[in-house]
Design a protein around this ligand. Structure first.
Ligand SMILES: Cc1cc2nc3c(=O)[nH]c(=O)nc-3n(C[C@H](O)[C@H](O)[C@H](O)COP(=O)(O)OP(=O)(O)OC[C@H]3O[C@@H](n4cnc5c(N)ncnc54)[C@H](O)[C@@H]3O)c2cc1C
Length: 417
């Protein structure tokens, strides 16, 4: 097992770290305050802050662009489309780069490496036709448009993807789409122009062949964003999470991805690396929380001592360091297994980190909030929003319980085979 970074990844990691520290973290608070001010005054709080486009141009000019692109897609696109000449990174190499991005809520957007666009771009790279790539992938790779992934539905338990009841029925040379989706991340952004929609196309087929994924332009007749949802009070601008209705929406058959009934094949391909990315970023978030905790605990005094030297605070700081390092090793292990190719061990490892890392990040952020006292609960520090973001990860891309079930199934299978 080799977790060492290639020279190229080490260079990229150093440059991303420096960019986040020098260019992004200094403007983060102002960007957050601007969104809050616009929201509270009834203004447009969805159009992305102009600072994002400026930073994107700078990052792209430095080759810090589309860093998520997988190694298997090396060289398919011209240099300015992706990582330093269009070549992708291995999962192990990307882990450290994504960790550096995870420190800031703005950073993944700045490097065009944010969910759900990364997952959607990977789907288009892997399964898209030339026409689909030209229409949707290329503008996504240039960050001219954004996308959403519409699977989860309010009416059915969506942990079980075979439950999806919204329909995508093939009628001649068209697909007719009906139903309601929610928690569609990204639809708040006015630049979000295309949805990857998963719908029931053949209820009589085998459980894993009933559903189809289809590209739905946001401006198609019958598509309506009903409302934007909050996560514990946060709208998560500029992406947001929407509830979207589809009422007799018609798109050409050429908008189907891979083929009718093949949604599960795509879902498998999409969610492996995507889950690792979330976990890699969550390590960065936990590192930032620990850094803030230490800064606060060593600069503020109570009962005649720095907070760090009171009660069990030194132990709490030490435990956070141990927890982060342990989680990072698990993430690297999963990334390394993915780099060896898909296997039961890799599936299990991806689910292991999906259970472990968000909870670790929650604990570390909670400790940091506690050390900040009342300030930790306010938006004067990024900790409250970070906690909500990490809490979300215990549900998004599958709740913990579903992942534990995957791990247990593989584990039990080893002994009963
Ligand atoms: C902020 C946010 C962003 C999201 N973004 C997207 C997105 O972009 N696109 C999208 O399609 N979806 C998105 N989701 C939806 C997310 O993937 C679903 O919420 C999740 O898959 C769970 O589905 P559900 O909400 O229907 O919960 P349910 O399926 O109703 O499950 C509820 C609970 O039941 C329990 N449970 C379920 N299965 C099991 C089991 N096998 N064993 C034990 N207990 C179990 C768990 O405690 C689970 O949390 C997002 C969610 C959030 C919160």
């Amino acid at each position: 097992m080799d977790f060492s970074l290639s020279p190229r990844a080490a260079d990229l990691q150093a440059r991303v770290r420096a960019f986040v520290a020098d260019e992004i973290e200094p403007v983060e608070a102002a960007a957050h305050q601007r969104i809050t001010r616009l929201r509270e005054s009834g203004g447009d709080h969805w159009t992305p802050d102009p600072v994002i486009a400026k930073l994107q141009a700078k990052a792209r000019a430095q080759g810090l662009w589309n860093l998520f692109l997988p190694a298997t897609h090396a060289g398919r696109y011209p240099a300015d489309f992706g990582t330093d000449g269009g070549e992708g990174l291995s999962n192990v190499d990307y882990a450290s780069v994504a960790e550096a991005m995870g420190r800031s809520f703005l950073a993944p957007l700045v490097f065009n490496s944010n969910a759900p666009d990364t997952g959607n771009m990977e789907v288009l790279l892997k399964y898209g036709t030339d026409e689909q790539k030209e229409q949707w992938l290329e503008p996504l790779l240039r960050a001219e448009i954004r996308s959403a992934f519409c699977m989860t539905e309010p009416a059915v338990a969506s942990s079980d993807a075979t439950n999806m009841a919204a329909t995508a029925r093939v009628e001649g040379d068209e697909v007719v789409i009906n139903g309601r989706k929610w928690w569609s991340t990204g639809v708040g952004n006015p630049d979000c122009k295309v949805f990857v929609f998963m719908g029931l196309s053949d209820p009589d087929a085998d459980r894993h062949s009933r559903h189809t994924m289809v590209l739905v332009p946001r401006d198609a007749k019958g598509v309506r964003v009903e409302r934007m949802l909050t996560t514990m009070g946060y709208y998560d601008e500029p992406l947001g999470h929407g509830e979207v209705s589809f009422d007799d929406v018609r798109v050409p058959l050429s908008h189907v991805l891979l083929g009718p009934g093949r949604a599960f094949e795509i879902a498998q391909g999409r969610l492996g690396p995507g889950r690792v990315h979330h976990c890699m970023r969550a390590i960065g978030l936990a590192e930032r929380a620990l850094e803030l905790a230490v800064a606060r605990a060593t600069s503020r005094t109570a009962f005649g001592k720095p907070l760090a030297n009171l009660g069990g605070n030194r132990e709490r700081i030490a435990d956070a360091r141990i927890a982060i390092n342990r989680s990072r090793l698990l993430v690297l292990h999963a990334a390394w297994l993915l780099d060896q190719g898909m296997s039961a061990e890799a599936y299990s490892a991806v689910s292991e980190i999906k259970v472990e890392v968000p909870s670790m990040a929650l604990d570390v952020i909670d400790m940091a909030i506690q050390l900040h006292g009342g300030a930790g609960m306010s938006d004067d520090f990024p900790l409250a929003a970070a906690w909500v973001g990490a809490r979300t990860l215990r549900l998004a891309d599958g709740p913990d319980e579903v992942h534990r079930n995957v791990i247990a199934k593989i584990e039990i299978g080893k002994h009963t085979a």
